[in-house]
Design a protein around this ligand. Sequence first.
Ligand code: PLP
Length: 397
Amino acid sequence: MATDYEHQKQWQAATQLVRGATERSQFSETSEAIFMNSGYVYATAEEAEDSFNGNLNRFVYSRFRNPTVAMFEKRLALIEGAEECRGVGSGMAAVFAALACQLSAGDRLVASRALFGSCQYICAELMPRFGVKTELVDGRDINAWKKALSTPAKAVFLESPSNPGLEVIDLPEVCKLAHAAGATVVVDNVFATPLLQKPLKMGADVVVYSATKHIDGQGRCLGGAILGTTQFVTDVLTPFLRHTGPALSPFNAWLLLKGLETLELRMERHCANGQKVANFLAEQKTLSKVLYPSLKSHPQHQLAMSQMSAGGNIIAFEVAGGKAATFKFLNKLKIIDISNNLGDTKSLICHPSTTTHQRLSPEDKAVVGITDGFIRLSVGLESADDLIADLKQALNG
Ligand SMILES: *Cc1c(COP(=O)(O)O)cnc(C)c1O
């Protein structure tokens, strides 16, 4: 007997992640089916007409909805505690859609300046080309938010913790200020995942994910998601998605469903390993800076821990000796791979200044702390002892 979706909202996270929103076909399969189809057929012309004029609620075209994609969307909405979710082809498609669906020429967008490179491009370069006035603020400084939001704004966009500098933003306070200014708050919750931080409970209106990261978490596919109220998703977001087409492939949605099934287990190990590796790095005298939300030395440790239930798996640190010494360290690693992805079962390390944030000007890099020695480490699911040994030999070599 299928349990109805309303009842599944009472389940614990582990049960929601494994079973939430499963819809079985007439074949009673155990694992969710992949509906790898673009279109659907109608028994009659009348049925087609009713499907398009909204009298009939059914699948009509996979650019709009698809059964496998819908299972992923409904399962993620359960775990996030959101009314609605839409899956899209990548994290950047999610960020762009969440902003472009609601912004028009003349509107103001206020965003934190510590952003993933492509998020920075959308807010600071692309939106202004369409007449949106973007203002970037130091997300850690509540007075900067107060000042920027003393003028009406249409949307606020932020990452907390930020990629890659792990800056933390006071979500309840910023949401209050944003709402007073008339803005919709969009939070990119990639680093915290739906398990460690619940932005909607702290006042945010919309949450976006790169599902490529921890939700797949196994380096297999790209994906993205946008979550919010039924009103926002149906009235504002859905027309934009239907007509611009950043659709999520049903196959990728299926991989992401399988990813959700193990997300809680993986996050437990990610966080435990993250803490052990961060503790080790914090003891290294040769590192000028180690940033990890649940280390007491993180400048916003208390705020981070009031918003997140654990530190996550991303650590940032600074190697002394500039780019040459940093590249030497990276090239000596034997287990940890040099890669710009994150949230993977495999530990991955990257040098943001020359990769993910390469396009930022030297000044923009400096204000968000991306120096020549700055490193972002995504701690995977290997043995923490092996990872620490690998880092030790590379740092001391
Ligand atoms: C990776 C990432 C994105 C982009 O996601 P893709 O799936 O690569 O398009 C957006 N925001 C943050 C914080 C990210 O880490």
